[in-house]
Design a protein around this ligand. Structure first.
Ligand code: SAH
Length: 349
């Protein structure tokens, strides 16, 4: 299906050019830019614009907020998971988490993923397309709109590999940070990657200083390669060197994500090996109690073993926290809701 151009894809300079083409005064571009930062699903609501301009906008653009297909609330109401649909019928997931300090959002960066991590719900569903900067912003604004609250913290940790969609993800981040747009604080943004080394160097050179999380999940190259095919071309020693470089450039401590899978990567010897690997590095380990994915050999480690693993890391002097596992009752693991939806029937085009 051919969709109208996403209004949120337009940068400030694009809005200025468009207004000039339409013979409109410059301040109209400024008004439109301000509207972009607020989230809007219907141009007719733009009360401060003349009717013919609103009509022209509706004829030319799609406002950019994806449709909410489904919302799942966790029993304790500390998180909410959304299934969003774009005009081309493609779906992605996003999660809101409510904390004492505010509301954090976990966004997807691609429709599908091509990294093929063996334990991930998105594996086998392939990469459909990248999300554009406007698609990403639309996700962000649709969440705020539905929750009636501003997002305080942003995690790029949903479906997809954000560094495999580098240009659009960075354009989205830069727009959020713009003082005359949302003036979002870069310190409140985390980006999680499976470890694309060249892109980590590129990110370090951006001079942004967002928190980099690296999905490690194994203490050695052989196991990492077995469960994460991306490791083959991004070997562990080089990855750690890139992460160290990121820290040196930005001063931001790198987080290593380690999901614990029973009998695969959760032994105490593996905890020791992980500690050895990370000793001397300014970093933090996030232990994730795994979400078992249906029909997968990857099963969750018992809570007792998660604690034992964490204790072993601490004993070896490694800073580790067990991530509070929010919303396990709402399929909050990466890609599970979308996967279930896709496998249940037609993709809802
Ligand atoms: N591509 C990025 C972000 C997407 S996944 C990355 O790899 O980091 C977000 C996090 O969830 C990653 O750490 C990923 O490895 C992890 N994850 C995927 N499947 C999981 C599962 N079944 N249980 C626990 N964590 C999982």
């Amino acid at each position: 299906m051919q969709s109208a151009k996403n209004f949120l894809d337009l940068e400030k300079t694009d809005l200025e050019a468009w207004c000039q083409d339409q013979g409109l005064p410059k301040f109209r571009a400024k008004q439109l830019y301000q509207w972009q930062s607020k989230g809007l699903d219907d141009f007719s609501a733009l009360a401060n614009l003349p009717l013919d301009l609103r009509t022209k906008l509706s004829e030319t653009f799609w406002p950019g907020l994806p449709k909410i297909r489904q919302v799942q609330r966790s029993k304790l109401s500390e998180s909410q998971k959304y299934l969003f649909a774009y005009p081309d019928g493609e779906t992605i997931e996003a999660v809101l988490m409510f904390h004492h300090y505010g509301m954090s959002a976990c966004l997807s960066s691609q429709i599908g993923c091509r990294m093929a991590c063996r334990f991930c719900a998105s594996t086998g569903l392939a990469l459909k397309r990248n999300l554009s900067r406007g698609d990403l912003l639309g996700q962000f604004l649709a969440l705020e709109d539905h929750a009636g609250q501003a997002i305080s913290n942003l995690d790029l940790m949903g479906i997809g590999e954000p560094l495999d969609n580098y240009t659009e993800v960075l354009a989205f981040i830069r727009r959020l940070l713009a003082p005359d747009f949302r003036n979002f604080s870069v310190r409140r943004i985390s980006l999680s990657t499976c470890g694309l080394i060249d892109k980590i160097y590129a990110l370090a050179a951006e001079g942004l200083g967002l928190t980099l999380a690296i999905s490690l999940h194994a203490p050695d190259q052989a196991l990492r390669e077995a469960i994460m095919p991306v490791a083959k071309n991004n070997p562990l020693p080089d990855l750690l060197e890139a992460a160290d470089f990121y820290f040196e450039q930005t001063g931001r401590r790198v987080s290593y994500e380690y999901a614990l899978f029973a009998g695969i990567n959760d032994s105490l010897d593996q905890a020791k090996a992980l500690a050895k690997l990370l000793t001397g590095r300014k970093c933090h380990v996030n232990l994730i109690p795994a979400n078992a994915v249906e029909h997968s050999p990857f099963q969750a480690t018992t809570p007792a073993q998660v604690q034992a693993f964490a204790k072993m890391l601490e004993r070896q002097g490694i800073n580790a926290t067990v991530r509070r596992s929010l919303g396990q009752d709402i399929d909050a693991a990466c890609g599970q809701l979308r996967r279930r939806n896709l496998l249940a029937g037609p993709a809802g085009k």
